[in-house]
Design a protein around this ligand. Sequence first.
Ligand code: IVH
Length: 667
Amino acid sequence: MIDIIHAEEKIAQLRQEIERHNCLYYVEAKPEFSDFEFDKLLEQLVELEKQFPDLVTPDSPSQRVGGTITKEFLTVIHREPMLSLSNTYSLGEMEEFYNRVKKLLALEGVEEQEMVAELKFDGVAISLLYRDGLLVQGATRGDGVQGDDITVNIRTIPTVPLKLIGGADGEIEVRGEVFMRKDDFEQINESRPEEERFANPRNATAGTLKMQDSAEVARRRMSFVAYYLKGISDESTTHFRRLKLLEKLGFSTGNHYRLCRELHDINDFIAEWSEKRWELPYETDGVVLKLNAVAIREKLGATSKSPRWAIAYKYPAQQARTVLNAVVFQVGRLGTITPVAELEPVLLAGSTVSRSTLHNFDEIERLGIMIHDRVIIEKSGEVIPKVISVVLDERPSDVQPIVIPLNCPACGTLLKKSEGEVSYYCPSEEECPAQIRGRVLHFASRNAMDIRNLGKALVDQLVSIKLVKDVGDLYFLQEPLVENLERMGRKSAQNLVHALDESRAKSYERLLYALGIRHVGRATARELSQAYPSLEALMQASEEELSTVPDIGPVVARSICDYFAKPTASYFLEKLRAAGLQLSASESTIQVNRNFEGLTVLFTGGLDRYDRQQASELVVERGGRVVNSVSKKTGLVVAGHDPGSKLDKARKLGVRVVSEDEFDKML
Ligand code: IVH
C-alpha cells in the first residue's frame, strides 16, 4: 500500500493522463490509446481513490464512471427559460428572416449585420451550471421553464468538463446539445434485442439521459457540444467570441460555425453542409442562424416559444427512388410477423439501403404497395429508412400483390390475428424455431443475462438441430458436443460454457427481464423483483394483486399471468432451478426501508464496515442522495476515521454529523 503523499502524486498524474487521452479521443479525434488501455488507467485511478477517499475531488475523471442510482430526479427552474427555435424548410423564409432582422437593426441604428451560422445538432438540449469553475448542476430542458436535475448522468459525459480550464469565478451557465455519435449508437443498438432498438441516436440519447443507473449512462458514451454561454464577466462580447471562449474553457463547439456578413454567405454555408454533413460522426438536421451581436438580441426579444434573433433551417428529408424486389416475413421472439421490404440497393444519405421494414399489413394496405413497384424511400433523422410512397404512374406491368402468408415462414403453423391488433402472429410459441431463437438471443443480450459468447450464428445452429428448445437447455450443453458444431472448436466451446457458468450468478431482477415476458422491460422487472422477491411468489400472484404494484397496469399484469399459466411453465422453471439460476432476490435487493428519504448525505474519512460505493448505495436504496461537497443543503455528514476538511466545513455550516456507528443504526 502506498502512503498518502505518493498516492496524491500518482492520482494527480493519472488524472492528467486521463484528461489528455480524453481530449485526444473526443476533441482532437486522434486517440493514442485503445479503449482497453484507457479503461485500465481509469481503473487504477478509481482503485487509488477508493484507498484514499479524501483525495476524491468532484472534478476527478473517476466521477465519470457513474454508480449512483436515482429514483426520481429533482426539479430545477432554469435561470432563464430555455427557448426553442422557429424552424423552416425554405430558403426563401431564411431570406425573409435575414431581411426582417436587418430592418429591426436599422431601427436601432445598427448598420452592420453579422450572423453566425452553426450546425443544428440532432440531440437533446441541456443546461449546465458551473460555480467557481466546477460543474454543479446539469439539467434537461423540460418544458423550457423547469427541467430535471440529471447531474449524475451528465457527469458521465466525457466532453462535459467537470472543471473549467483556467477556472472562472461565480456562476456560469452553458447550454448545448447532448448526442450520441453514429458509431457509438450503432454499437449500443447492436447489443440490444431487436424490439428494443432505438430508432435513431436522438431517441437513444433522450432515453439514456433519463436513466436511473448512472453507471449504465456512462457505458453509453454520449457527447456534448456547447452553443450558449452566460454569466461570464465579459458580457459585452459577441456570440462568435463566446463560442471561442467556450472552447478555451474546455468545451467542444463542433468547430463548424462561421461568421456570415451577407445573405450569400449564409446560403453558401447551408449548401456546403447539405452534403458534407453526412461525413460527420454525428447527426445534424439543419443549420442555425444567430445574430452575432448579443446585446442587440435582447432588443429583438422573443415570442413565448422562440427568440426573434435566431432561426433554424432544416434540411429536407433525404429521399431516393428504388424498386421493391420482394417482401420477406420475419418472426419476432413474441411471434409477431413483420413484413420487410427487400429493395434494389440504393445510396441514400451516405449509406446503401437494401432493406426496410413495412411494419405490418395495415401499412402495406395504406401504401398500396406491390412487388416490383417503384418506391420512394426516405431517411428523416431516422437511421432506418422508410418506404413512404409508391410511384403509381410508373407501375410496371409485372407487379404482384403482397400476399399475407397463411402459415408461419419459420415453422409452417397457421398464423393468427388477435382482435384489435394490426399484426399477425405465430401461435406455436414452444416449437417455432424463429421464436425460440429470438428468446434465446434476448435472454443472452447485454442487459439481460449478458452471455458474451452466444452469438447469432451459434444460436441458429443450436436451435435448428434442436439442442436448445428453451433458454434452460443452454445450461445443460456439454463442451464436447458444442465443440463439434460448425465454426466452433475446443476454445470457443470452453468460452461458451464458461460464459454460461458466469451468467448463473446474474441477479433475479435480470433473470425476470431475460425471460422475455411480453411488456416486461427492465423497469418493470425491477419493480416486480421488489414486490415479489422470488419467482415462486410471482407465479402465485393474481392479476388483481399484480395490478397494485407501482407502474404495473392491467395489460402488463395480464401478460405476466398468461406467461405463468402456460402448461409448460412449471417444467421450464424447474429446469431453470436445476440450472442453478437466481430464482429469488438476494438480501441486498429486497425492498428496504426509506429512512434516508430526501436526505443529502456526504461521507468523509474511511469507514470500517463498508466501502464508499456500498455505503452510497445503501443510502440511495433508502431514498437518499450522496454528494461530494458540503453545503448548507447537505443534510447529514457521516464522518469515518481520519476525516478531511469537509468535516470542519460541515461543522461550520451547522450540518448534522454522525459517526459510522450512528450511520449503521440509521440504516
Ligand atoms: S440555440 C434560443 N443552437 O434545437 C436558442 N440550438 O429547435 C436555443 N439545437 O432546443 C437553442 N443545434 O436542442 C441552438 N447550434 C444550435 C443547435 C440547437 C441543435 C437544438 C436545441 C434546441 C432546438 C431548437
